[in-house]
Ligand binder design. Structure first.
Ligand SMILES: [Zn+2]
Length: 325
């Protein structure tokens, strides 16, 4: 996220709208999209494709973080720390040694190979975030996987930076042979959005419908391997995924319960605009983080700095912290 550039103002306004729409489809986001101030900077495709793949193991399973892109959000209290002052947010960022005028988010779907099966967890933004994301295809290729080899896509929730990559630029299925697993309440919500907001999501919904396989939020999706965990709040049908590889080796894909490695972890109770139900989102975030601190389980966070692997630790003062691998 260190390679940022200034773009022309109209582009920035579009990027802000796209970034917010990607994570949130509420009315406040629509308002923000029309406000040409404090716009974020886009992250260009400056890195070679190989730098967008981080291969690692989950026990005996081969996995890889695939960088789709990223976004920057201004510290203007419109997204992070809603209801607080920018100085309050800046204070927490500064104490962690981060810049204080904007917050950087990465976008990195997860690839897992399981014998003959190839899993993707979320699909990035596709065309929803302009040049700042939508590079999953290149990263997948760099990881040595063709789109047609993907057998299963697991969707944490139906925001544009997670489902956008399900279709290509022409609107056709990006992973033509893959079953698309999405929780029943989330699928119902996406369908309702598509009928209410029109073209963009309607086209996506029509394209993926033949491949969608819905599940109860607490389902075992692949026996002994992939379990979904109900984690509503960010969206009504949001789920996390626990990937198990035997011998007690697990990885918890937390989805969008958290967005920023400092603000989300150290101030889980703060309202983030992206959460559809702010109170439920904050409560769920706190539960997940406290459980992760207790268990020491390895986490994968789709929006934390690439590659998003790490654990939650609790300091002697009770303060939680993200410790990246
Ligand atoms: Zn997201």
């Amino acid at each position: 996220m260190s390679h940022v550039r200034k773009a022309a103002l109209p582009l920035l306004v579009v990027a802000l709208g796209a970034a917010l729409a990607a994570c949130s489809r509420n009315e406040q986001a629509a308002d923000a999209a029309t406000t040409p101030v404090a716009a974020p900077e886009a992250t260009p495709a400056a890195e070679p494709a190989g730098d967008n793949v981080h291969a690692f193991q989950i026990g005996t399973l081969q996995a890889a973080a695939l960088r789709d892109g990223g976004m920057s959000v201004p510290n203007d209290n419109n997204v992070f720390g809603v209801g607080l002052t920018p100085d309050e947010v800046a204070g927490v960022l500064a104490a962690a040694g981060l810049e204080t005028d904007q917050l950087h988010l990465s976008v990195q779907p997860l690839l897992v190979r399981d014998g003959e099966r190839v899993y993707l967890f979320d699909t990035g933004a596709g065309g929803n975030m302009g040049d700042s994301a939508g590079k999953l295809g290149a990263a997948l290729q760099a990881a040595g996987v063709e789109p047609a080899q993907v057998t299963d896509v697991f969707i944490s929730h139906a925001h544009g930076d997670h489902v956008g990559g399900l279709v290509d630029a022409a609107g056709a299925l990006a992973f033509p042979n893959a079953a698309i697993h999405i929780s029943q309440p989330e699928w119902e919500d996406l369908q309702a959005q598509a009928s209410g907001e029109g073209a963009a999501m309607a086209g996506l919904v029509a394209a993926i419908t033949p491949k969608v396989s819905t599940f109860a939020p607490d389902a075992e999706l692949v026996a002994g391997r992939v379990q979904s965990l109900p984690t509503p709040g960010h969206t009504p049908g949001h789920v996390a995924f626990r990937i198990s590889a035997g011998e007690g080796e697990t990885l918890l894909y937390v989805g969008d319960q958290v967005h920023h490695p400092v603000i989300s972890v150290q101030r889980p109770q703060w309202t983030i605009r992206f959460d559809r139900d702010p109170a439920a989102g904050a409560a769920q975030r706190a539960r997940t983080l406290e459980a992760a601190a207790d268990s020491g389980e390895r986490l994968y966070s789709v929006h934390f700095p690439f590659p998003g692997l790490g654990r939650i630790e609790r300091g002697s003062d009770g303060q939680l912290a993200w410790v990246a691998e």
